[in-house]
Design a protein around this ligand. Structure first.
Ligand SMILES: *Cc1c(COP(=O)(O)O)cnc(C)c1O
Length: 388
């Protein structure tokens, strides 16, 4: 290693916590009831989370993958149906549909935002399509206006994978206020976390009530006779996690404000580096929480991209390769895959293919650092690219 490298920049730790989480955990402990049916932390968190996101109701669940499964199940997704998902996403988006016995149909993403290409989604609609799932990649949105129109024209509901979109706004509206069901994750790396956890927001009370039954073995909250009204499973969140999430939610606005400032600076600096193209922003997204700082090095090729990421990590950046197009994992083909081939899907999803080979992301804790560290990131990336 060369001796004249700049020192590794210091970034804030993640997750973050203080006395609010500490007090919440003690509060949950001392309630003496640690599941949601006996305690009040989950109930209160759901009210706070729904209000924050402009939703009629919110239901806390065990994790974001279960949140997506539950959301799809409430819409009637099951064997014989198809769900349109972006080809470029974390595998939970397609797995949720597949676990319900449905077929996940990957379509390409837009080259600027890396979010669902709505025209491609429209072309993939069949009589079996039961849901369209945009993923708010890194906190950015697909064209939600065009999606609304597609949904109205076809009668097919939208389910938002909002695992990256806590506090995100599309033309002034948060995910819960956009008229469709949205699924969130509170896994350790997400923008608010209890290590694991998830939530589903609903635009109406009836779908919440159905989801409540299905997330609690089909059993109404007050049942004492073991009469299970629907099929279901146990996706209930515990009281400790909810107490932590209440503290995390209270901290979110301040963190988003910092990340918005730092992301704007980073974007300018990255765009000045030859060969680097940062993720684009649709200006109708008036608040982006920046779950990841994503960029591409178009044409770099997968092997050199991987080597670049290794070098960035060695130089002290929390850098990662982006998700692989879902159909490029063996697990995608085990159950609920469309009747086609990897090669055919690769041909139909050129942007997802390109991203799989040339995309890089930085952890959002980099965007909670000072401006100095943002300059460091750009300088380190320029150095590493020059050295490649
Ligand atoms: C994290 C994530 C999920 C799943 O969330 P878990 O809580 O880890 O189950 C779903 N979709 C996307 C896009 C994610 O990044």
């Amino acid at each position: 290693m060369s001796g004249n490298r700049r020192p590794a920049p210091e970034f804030p730790a993640w997750p973050q916590y203080d006395d609010a989480e500490r007090e919440g955990l003690i509060r949950a402990l001392e309630q003496g009831q640690w599941w949601r049916i006996g305690g009040s932390e989950v109930d209160t968190f759901e009210e706070e989370f729904a209000a924050y996101h402009g939703a009629e109701r919110a239901l806390a669940v065990t994790n974001g993958t279960h949140a997506l499964e539950l959301a799809l199940q409430v819409l009637g997704v099951g064997p014989g149906s198809e769900v349109i998902v972006p080809a470029f996403t974390f595998i939970s988006s397609s797995q949720a549909a597949q676990r319900l016995g449905a077929v996940a149909v990957p379509v390409d993403v837009a080259p600027e935002t890396y979010c669902l290409d709505v025209a491609a989604a429209a072309e993939a609609v069949t009589p079996r399509t039961r849901a369209i799932m945009p993923v708010h990649m890194a906190g950015h949105f697909a064209d939600m206006d065009a999606l609304d129109k597609l949904s109205a024209d076809t009668g097919i509901p939208v389910v938002q994978d909002a695992a990256h979109a806590h506090g995100a706004q599309w033309r002034g509206k948060r995910a819960g206020a956009l008229g469709s069901i949205a699924a969130f994750s509170f896994q350790n790396g997400k923008l608010m976390t209890a290590g694991e956890g998830g939530a589903v927001t609903f635009p109406d009370n009836a779908s919440y009530e159905e989801a409540f039954l299905r997330h609690s073995c089909g059993r109404p909250q007050t049942d004492r006779r073991y009469f299970h009204r629907t099929s279901g499973s146990n996706f209930r969140l515990n009281e400790f996690s909810a107490s932590v999430l209440r503290a995390q939610l209270a901290r979110l606005d301040g963190q988003i404000a910092t990340r918005e400032e730092r992301a704007a600076l980073l974007r300018r600096l990255l765009a000045d580096i030859p060969g680097v193209v940062p993720q684009g922003r649709d200006e109708r997204a008036d608040r982006v929480p920046h779950y990841m700082a994503m960029f591409r090095v178009p044409g770099i090729g997968e092997d050199r991209r991987n080597a670049l990421v290794d070098d960035l990590v060695a130089r002290g950046l929390p850098a990662f390769v982006v998700f692989r197009a879902v159909y490029r994992s063996d697990g995608f083909w085990e159950t609920g895959a469309p009747d086609t081939t990897v090669d055919e899907l690769a041909r139909r999803n050129p942007v997802s293919e390109a991203l799989t080979a040339d995309g890089i992301w930085l952890h959002h804790r980099t965007l909670l650092a000072g401006e100095r560290q943002i300059h460091d990131i750009a300088e380190i990336l320029a150095d590493a690219l020059a050295a490649l």
